[in-house]
Write a protein that binds this ligand. Structure first.
Ligand code: PBG
Length: 324
């Protein structure tokens, strides 16, 4: 049988019919809101390349975290911007460093009503802007960086974080962080591994958000956008090292990778709709060239359809409110 008996349009006739046969549904609980907090701010400060996103003060962060919980988001991912950066990124390890302080603030504000996560990486804290410490020849020193990540993980766990997100793409980082957490008595703190992270130009606005002074690029540790099999290898290594969840980043330009990772492993797969993905749509919408709200939900559905169990997005609160 074919046309005219078979008519796929029958299932698209009304909103009720389309709702009934929808294959992909988004829920606020699957959305994770990335948030920035800057040391020393008394008022939140807008980020020019990310309209609607701010660097929070400690106080505004608490308030915004409570609002995100109210909207029903599944998690919050915290990034800290210190006043002073140094070559070893010591502000990330210091219990009084801005990210660790912010974790304490947010956990005391929201308790366990949402999942509180922290970025586990040195780039926000280093004066050279790299995700690790540098060797004498200026290259990023993998194994010396692992020591710093281990200390950072324990500091974040001590501050009460529920999930750490190692995002520096150093070899062995998940295993080292797992061991450090377990030895320090934090066996319940989970790891969301940025298993697949491309050396992407879509991170541009994020570098403004965290005032990164990076010179050069991250291609000796982040992945070549041309590669897919390499991503599957990274994911398998991270799961073997103890990753509880894995992430693919960016999201929209890498939906084939999200899909392949979903098929390869059974742990939850997160996708990060990054700063540049957000900025592109906001900029076009500001010009009247795209319908922002529709594009927002379309991209989130696409990422979910590709196989993501959860999505980090700067639209998390906005989208969550539209999904109620
Ligand atoms: C590293 C980190 C980055 C992002 C999240 N974690 C920047 C980078 O690797 O260059 C980018 C997120 C975004 O663009 O929204 N700490």
């Amino acid at each position: 049988m074919g046309f005219p008996e078979i008519r796929p349009r029958r299932l698209r006739t009304t909103p009720a019919m389309r709702r009934l046969v929808s294959e992909t549904r988004l829920h606020p609980a699957e959305l994770i809101l990335p948030m920035f907090v800057k040391e020393g701010l008394t008022e939140p400060r807008p980020i020019a390349s990310m309209p609607g996103v701010v660097q929070h003060s400690r106080e505004s962060l608490r308030k915004a975290a409570a609002e995100a919980v109210e909207a029903g988001v599944g998690g919050i991912m915290l990034f800290g911007i210190p006043l002073a950066k140094d070559p070893t990124g010591s502000g990330g390890i210091d219990p009084g460093g801005i990210l660790n302080v912010a974790v304490r603030d947010v956990v005391s504000e929201v308790g366990s009503s949402t999942v509180v996560m922290s970025d586990l990486c040195l780039d926000e804290f280093t004066s050279h802007g790299h995700c690790g410490v540098l060797a004498a020849d200026g290259s990023v020193d993998n194994d010396a960086t692992l020591d710093a990540y281990a200390q950072m993980a324990v500091a974040q766990a001590a501050a009460g974080v529920h999930v750490v997100g190692p995002s520096g793409m150093m070899d062995g980082q998940v295993g080292v962080v797992r061991r450090a957490l377990d030895e320090a008595g934090y066996a319940d703190v989970a790891i969301l591994a940025y298993a697949v992270k491309y050396a992407s130009a879509f991170f541009g606005p994020f570098r403004d958000a965290v005032e990164s002074s990076l010179e050069g690029d991250r291609r000796t540790y982040q992945q070549d956008p041309a590669n897919l099999r390499e991503s599957l290898r990274e994911v398998e290594l991270d799961v073997a090292e103890g990753a509880d969840m894995v992430m693919v980043k960016p999201a929209l330009p890498y939906l084939d990778v999200v899909s392949a990772v979903r098929q390869r492993v059974d742990v939850p797969v997160a996708a990060y709709q990054v700063s540049g993905e957000y900025a592109m749509v906001e900029a076009a919408a500001a010009n009247g060239w795209l319908d922002r709200d529709r594009v927002m939900l379309e991209t989130l559905h696409s990422i979910k359809r590709a196989g993501a169990s959860m999505i980090l997005t700067y639209w998390a609160v906005d989208a969550a409110r539209r999904l109620h």
